[in-house]
Design a protein around this ligand. Structure first.
Ligand code: 13P
Ligand code: SF4
Length: 303
């Protein structure tokens, strides 16, 4: 059995040998965040994936993120160390259902959160992330929009436009569990703290926040605010990065058990084996890939 230090050394060695880069989402376990070449939110990681020069990308996150990297960099080998790391929200929309929804609203353009499968993206006009959703809704040339799959992010962005927005009833089980009571309780405990929340949270919770941010937006906000304490309304993996990068401030989770199970699957050993055995390569059907890529590129163009 290798020690943690040996495994990290092996990972660095394999990375050099194979000309690989490790992209890591902000919710990953501390041991994975610590070996990241790039750590970020979905938008940071997509932008990076689109311009990467290395031969290989090891994507520590969930399937839709690794798929997006492959769509934007089709000539590279993109590996996901845990093939079973899905996103429950991405699975809430399927092709047949979306085609039917489109038929019900024939004048609407489809904006899909990146938290969707490549197949969903292939019947989408433009993608968005939590960091650029408002901009995309405002910039898209359409008076009517279908927004999939997150009803919470969709209703949040709808407030920033006069366009008609049709919502799909999807949600993230990690964020959708937050209640007004949770906010009241933590605010009572830390009355001086600012409260920042991810827009996947329910509208009544978002309304109580001092700021609504993507996961990387939370880092920027925490650095810039005068507040010395912050309540964090998102997956608890975020707390590690915040504490590391903004050590002079205190961070409290809105809820201790806001945990994305899929984000916690990837361990150092998985990354090591992924690099060593080149597993698990992301493969996307060519007929789906071309159209899905277009929706992602449109997002990068509009944001
Ligand atoms: P970010 O793009 O803000 O990192 O969010 C991704 C996600 O899956 C949140 O649950
Ligand atoms: Fe999907 Fe929610 Fe996990 Fe983000 S936190 S990857 S939206 S299940």
């Amino acid at each position: 059995m290798m020690t943690k230090e040996e495994m990290i050394r092996e990972i660095q060695k394999l990375k050099k040998e194979k000309d690989a880069v490790i992209l890591v989402h902000n919710y990953q376990l501390p041991e994975i965040q610590d070996i990241a070449d790039i750590l970020g939110d979905s938008l940071d990681l997509s932008r990076k994936a689109a311009t990467i020069e290395n031969n290989m990308i090891v994507f520590c996150g969930v399937q839709f993120m690794a798929e997006s990297a492959k769509l934007l960099s089709p000539d590279k080998t993109v590996l996901i160390p845990r093939a079973d790391a899905g996103c429950a929200m991405a699975d809430m929309v399927d092709k047949e259902g979306l085609l039917k929804f489109k038929a019900d609203h024939p004048n609407a353009k489809v904006v899909a959160y990146v938290n969707t499968t490549a197949e969903t993206k292939s019947i989408t006009d433009v993608c968005c992330t939590s960091a650029n959703a408002v901009k995309i809704i405002q910039n898209i040339q359409a008076e009517e929009i279908i927004f999939v799959p997150d009803k919470n992010l969709g209703s949040y962005v709808a407030k920033f436009t006069d366009k008609k927005v049709h919502l799909w009833p999807g949600f993230c089980y990690v964020h959708d569990q937050y209640t007004i009571e949770d906010v009241k309780n933590v605010r009572e405990k830390y009355p001086e703290a600012n409260f920042i929340v991810h827009p996947e949270s329910p509208a009544e919770v978002v309304e109580l926040a001092d700021s609504v941010e993507s996961t990387s937006g939370m880092i920027r906000f925490a650095k810039e605010t005068d507040a010395k304490e912050l309540i964090i309304g998102t997956e608890i993996g975020m707390l590690y990065r915040l504490q590391k990068e903004v050590p002079d401030k205190k961070f409290y989770p809105l809820k201790e058990d806001a945990i994305c199970k899929s984000m916690k699957l990837t361990r150092l050993e998985d990354v090591y084996l992924s690099l060593k055995e080149e597993r698990y390569p992301v493969v996307i059907d060519i007929n789906i890939a071309n159209r899905a890529k277009h929706a992602l590129e449109k997002m990068l163009e509009l944001s």
